[in-house]
Every structure is written in structure tokens, then in C-alpha cells.
Design a protein around this ligand. Structure first.
Ligand code: TYM
Length: 340
């Protein structure tokens, strides 16, 4: 045997995550997920998708929906994802997602899906349309993830329960049919994992909130951003500090900290002796400073639809190749007849 040591070539760990193209993403999507996706793209082998199949669990206007899919795809690049480094694609353009979802739905228990808080919330909100897709949404999400065999799934805290169910489904499948799927872990950052509504800080910031002052959309212009922060619900004290019963201020401090890179204590020091007005203006300015360049890049990208479509096509082809291999493996393990 040679005594020359062989270099160990380590495979980069893989990451997958998705965002729904329902409306314009918010600052919550940005801090909870999107910004972290960009931070991960050099260190990991990343797959990021626009989850359009998930979006139809709630009724969408077809013309608007089509446009939002393209805009969300463009936004992935506007925030700094590089299609040369990360594989960017649209979920419905990779048929393996719907196919694996069916196989996994036969390995998911009714009781498990009934316990999902998102299902409970959404069926309360859309009581006139509690469709089967809304219920089985987490098995489609499990398929999105497991098809790419990722080690990590970077998401906001609200998706933790779905990621845990994905792990259970993967473990169950592996124990029944033999090792098939990597069992992935949710990757949830400490800061920004749960950005809260500006109008009711006990709730998460959501793009479907009826009150537009409750969320910052990534397309809000500077004046709108400043105005929404000025109107943000806080408390009757006037001292900027992080503490219990100060949900509104805590939320603003977390948003500010995520942008300027300061700890809560450092922010308290910065605003010592200053009131909420000054603090809210500073948060608004910081957020606008972060979003303006993204908005400019988005406009440029949307100006070249042919290029976007080409990138979408290439992404779908590459993703289909990877996903197709996992799907074939799962089908084989389950005993489906495959041609030689
Ligand atoms: P979606 O489209 O609702 O949100 C996209 C990402 O943004 C995060 N997020 C937040 N983070 C912090 N604070 C908030 N207020 C906030 N609001 C949203 C979400 O946690 C998410 O990471 N089911 C997913 C989409 C999906 C998916 C997947 C994710 C489909 N397939 C596979 C991961 C892997 C969803 O509805 O995210």
C-alpha cells in the first residue's frame, strides 16, 4: 500500500428551501429565510425553489399568480442568490415533486396532518375552502425536501413543525423500505426567525395580513417603510430596552439588530436617553437602506424576461435530474415495476 496520504474530498453539505409566490415577500421572509439562503450559498450546495404548487392551496388569481411566480423567481437573484452557485427553480416545473408527494402521503398518518398548526390556522382563515391540498400540504413539502437529499433546511420558526414531520416521514420510509432518504434538519437562525407583525406583535409578520401596516413588503418604498415603522405598535414606556412585555420594541430591536449587526445590549446603549420616535426612525432608515438596492436589482432583472425564462428552464432541468434520481430510488424500494 502506498504511504502517500490521499486527499479527502469532502462533499459540501446540501441545503434546500422554498418560498411560496403568494404576494410580495415580507421582511419576515427576508430575515427568517431569504437572507440566510444567500449567506449559505458559498459554504453549502444549495437548492432554492419557488413553491408554486403550495400556493394553490389558497385560491389564486391565474394572471396575477403567473406574474408572482416570475417575480419571486427574479427576487431570489435580486437578494443576492447567484444561479451559478445555487440551483434556483420553480417547483411545478419539476414533476417529481407531485409524484413523490403521492408516495409519501401513503406513509403519512391522518392524525399527524391534523396536528399541524398551519393547517388549523389556514382552515380557520379560509373556512369556505378547506381543501385536501391544504391538509396534505406537509407531505408535498416533505417531497420538496427529500427529493434533494439535503442535510439542512433553512426556514423561519413557523416551518419547524413541518420540518419535523418531514423527518418523521423520512425515518418511517427508511425503516419500512430501507435507507432511501437523508433525514434533514431544520436550520433556524437565532435572530430573525420570527419577525412579528408591526400592528400586533404577538403574531408573526405575514404577507396575507389584511392590515398593510402590519408588514413591510420587500417592494415597499422608503417613505412607506418609514411611515409603517413610525406607526408600529409599541408600549407606553419610552425607554428602548429588550424585555418581557415589550413585544413591539423587542421586535423592532431584533429587526434593527439583524441589519446593523448589533446585540440587544448594544442597541440599548445606542438609544440611551432617546425616545421611541428616534428609535423607530432609525429602524425605518436601516430597513430602507437594506431593501432599496434589492428593489433596484429586481427592476433590472424583470426588464429581461427572456433571460429569466432561460434561467428558469435551466434550473428546472438540473433540478429534475437530481429529483428524478431520488424518485426512481424511492419507487424501486417500494416495488414499482421499472423498465431495465
Ligand atoms: P413561506 O412562503 O410562508 O415563507 C418562506 C420562508 O419565510 C419564513 N417566514 C418567516 N420567518 C420569520 N418571520 C416571519 N414572520 C416569517 N414569515 C415567513 C418561513 O418560515 C419560510 O422559511 N411551507 C413553506 C414553503 C415551502 C418550503 C418547502 C420551505 C414549501 N416547500 C420545503 C422549506 C422546504 C412556506 O409556506 O413558506
Amino acid at each position: 500500500m502506498s504511504d502517500i496520504q490521499q486527499p479527502t474530498i469532502e462533499r459540501k453539505k446540501r441545503v434546500l428551501s422554498c418560498i411560496q409566490p403568494t404576494g410580495v415577500p415580507t421582511l419576515g421572509n427576508y430575515f427568517g429565510a431569504l437572507r440566510n439562503w444567500v449567506k449559505m450559498q458559498d459554504e453549502f450546495d444549495c437548492f432554492y425553489a419557488v413553491a408554486d404548487l403550495h400556493a394553490i392551496t389558497v385560491r389564486q388569481d391565474p394572471a396575477k399568480f403567473r406574474q408572482q411566480i416570475m417575480e419571486t423567481f427574479a427576487l431570489l437573484m435580486a437578494i443576492g442568490l447567484d444561479p451559478e452557485k445555487s440551483l434556483l427553480f420553480v417547483q411545478s416545473q419539476v414533476p417529481a415533486h407531485a409524484q413523490l408527494s403521492w408516495l409519501l402521503s401513503c406513509c403519512t398518518q391522518f392524525g399527524e396532518l391534523s396536528r399541524m398548526t398551519q393547517f388549523k390556522d389556514k382552515s380557520a382563515k379560509h373556512a369556505d375552502n378547506i381543501n385536501l391540498g391544504l391538509f396534505s400540504y406537509p407531505t408535498l413539502m416533505a417531497a420538496d425536501i427529500l427529493l434533494y437529499q439535503p442535510e439542512y433546511v433553512p426556514v423561519g420558526a413557523d416551518q419547524k413543525q413541518h420540518c419535523e414531520l418531514t423527518r418523521n416521514i423520512a425515518e418511517r420510509f427508511n425503516s419500512i423500505y430501507g435507507n432511501t432518504f437523508v433525514v434533514p434538519e431544520p436550520y433556524i437562525m437565532k435572530t430573525g426567525a420570527r419577525v412579528r407583525s408591526l400592528q400586533d406583535p404577538t403574531k408573526k409578520m405575514s404577507k396575507s395580513d389584511e392590515n398593510v401596516n402590519a408588514f413591510i413588503s420587500l417592494k415597499d418604498d422608503k417613505d412607506t417603510i418609514i411611515r409603517k415603522f413610525r406607526r408600529a405598535v409599541t408600549d407606553s414606556e419610552a425607554r428602548v430596552y429588550y424585555g418581557e412585555g415589550k413585544d413591539g420594541i423587542n421586535n423592532l430591536m431584533e429587526i434593527y439588530g439583524a441589519i446593523v449587526g448589533k446585540t440587544m445590549q448594544e442597541i440599548e446603549q445606542e438609544f440611551e436617553g432617546k425616545g421611541y420616535g428616534d428609535f423607530k426612525s432609525a429602524v425605518g432608515e436601516a430597513v430602507a437602506g437594506e431593501l432599496t438596492p434589492i428593489q433596484e436589482r429586481l427592476q433590472t432583472l424583470l426588464g429581461d424576461k427572456a433571460q429569466l425564462e432561460q434561467l428558469m428552464r435551466t434550473g428546472a432541468e438540473h433540478a429534475s435530474y437530481v429529483a428524478g434520481r431520488t424518485l426512481a430510488k424511492a419507487q424501486k424500494k417500494m416495488g414499482f415495476y421499472q423498465f431495465k
